[in-house]
Design a protein around this ligand. Sequence first.
Ligand code: COA
Ligand code: AMP
Length: 634
Amino acid sequence: MSYATEYQASIDSPAIFWGDKAKQLPWFKAPEKILSTDKNCIQRWFADGEMNTCYMALDHHVAQGRGEQVALIYDSPVTATKKQFSYRELLEKVSRFAGLLQANGVGKGDIVVIYMPMISEAVIAMLAAARIGAVHSVVFGGFSAHELAVRIDDAQPKLLITASCGVEVNRIIEYKPMIDEAIELAAYKPARVILLQRQQCIANMQHGRDIDWADAEGSAPLADCVSVSGTDPLYILYTSGTTGKPKGVVRDNGGHAVALKYSMSAVYNMQPGDVFWAASDIGWVVGHSYIVYAPLLHGCTTIVYEGKPVKTPDASAFWRVIEEYAVKAIFAAPTAFRAIRKEDPDAKLLAKYDLSCLESVFMAGERLDPPTYEWTKKITGKPVIDHWWQTETGWAIAANLIGIERLPTKPGSATKPVPGFNVQILDANGLPLPTNSQGAIAIKLPLPPSCLSTIWGDFGRFDSGYLSEYPGYYCSGDGGYIDEDGYLFVMGRTDDVINVAGHRLSTGEMEEVIAAHDAVAECTVIGVYDNIKGQVPVGLTLLKDGVNISEADLQAELVAMVRKEIGAVACLKQTLIVERLPKTRSGKILRKLLRQIAENQEFVIPSTIDDPASIDEIRAIMQNNGLVKPTAQA
Ligand code: COA
Ligand code: AMP
């Protein structure tokens, strides 16, 4: 089967194509309605199928004789711990925790929020929720109490699952004070908190509300799988949009399972029994899809790695894990490889390790810049595959599908659209652009299985944020072009979302925090080039009249505020005081223009500009402060 034939089949007859792929999974009742339309006029996959994602990921494999195979490896250099769980053991742990959830009143359709570090119990909690038909919403452990509170209010969970702490390279992050503060801040109060005590830090428990995971688990009955429909939600995952309010991407059970199962062979060329390692975090979509669900749905072994690419203990961490567990495919963000290259530019540490087990290196989360691509390819001697995707899709939109046909690589390109994604480049009027012309990357509807069907509790936001701009298309928020060979080049966001060390963040959210400072009259946050993290945010502020504060003092206060309100992961380290910002006559800050200056791109001065001289002024300030991407990188 060639890539072209496979892709064309998916576009010409989506229902036949995906109906066929769905047969790879053990449904309780196989779907007959493959593609149907819901009350919001959104096309949905497998509406009448009955299933359970946890059953497909665990029980089925045990029933098929895979019970003694290792399902999950936990490797934690930050706590010097290693553990392995067979499919049978993992099933037992998940069933027991699912029983504990049920005993605490969690049932089908209820929400549970999971705020946990990278430990096996986080995966157990997610699968346990899926097992009883509950909906999990995992919040990244690097987010602050305030961010957690916002998500609690939006998701309204019956129960919260957490651990006493996370462990970063050189410090312990106590979770419990953040949990307590978040519940205090939130208007909605979850009835219970289940907490896993880790030996690195013992949390104080609140009588009547908090439950000790280990104590309570022993008496919990084993829970069986609860049947859900293909369109019932499996999880909500919040992601950054252009406003301060995160968007709860809703993922269906059926489409998710079908797309992920297919992706393991088509995109990653993995066979059941192989070891797959996504070096991400369960708080991000990569972690949901490729640490937890896809490897298990496919009968592979997955790795939960509690560490970093560097400093745990050094830049050989990735090579050590690959050799030790015979990893066949690794998936990480380019920023991780840039961090390794910085510490070990000639990859001297790699010489100690045997990477013969490794077939390919996959990268996503941000644009794979050609120098990082070339370096990784050179030092590993393996194919390096860039693939483009989003929280909204849950899997790759464009990739080199090595499980179908390996196409020649073009550095800087994510190769070609994945089957099911009809990718088009549109101009501002929604008309298709010719090859090699840069425009908005859009996907012609219907979206393939696994893509979001709504924003939690706010269909209008889904419609206005993704569907209304170009009727008949999903608007990705990314810009780029398709070349004469059909290769897709994703060049970056067209909105106010930035990508910091592979983490998607909203500049609008940071602006809200900065604007709350007493001295600040107006502000904007832009993403500027960083040679390790890809982008980092920088705040440009205008002071209120009569305020007297030094740039350094203001910066220190704003950095602390963003850290407190959003989290350390936002990485806002620099703010400047400016006299004015380029604006339209109606007073709107020209953010796109600032982005283009920072990216060192050509730009057209909008006719609506209030004061054209403000552009030269701000460009000079940005240049003097090193905020303009160097020409070689632009
Ligand atoms: N809990 C608490 N704090 C966290 C955290 C977590 N789960 N994750 C990150 N942080 C904190 C860090 O400790 C750091 O705090 P500091 O400013 O006090 O040092 C801050 O958030 C920024 O963290 P990070 O962006 O991870 O920077 P770093 O310098 O520690 O590490 C990299 C740089 C490149 C090694 C790291 O960002 C990385 O591995 N990135 C890959 C990201 C990834 O996998 N993305 C998923 C998409 S595939
Ligand atoms: P997230 O939803 O956190 O996965 O972030 C999705 C965003 O990351 C996309 O909209 C892109 O801007 C960016 N992104 C992810 N993968 C790639 C890639 N391979 N190339 C370019 N940008 C990417």
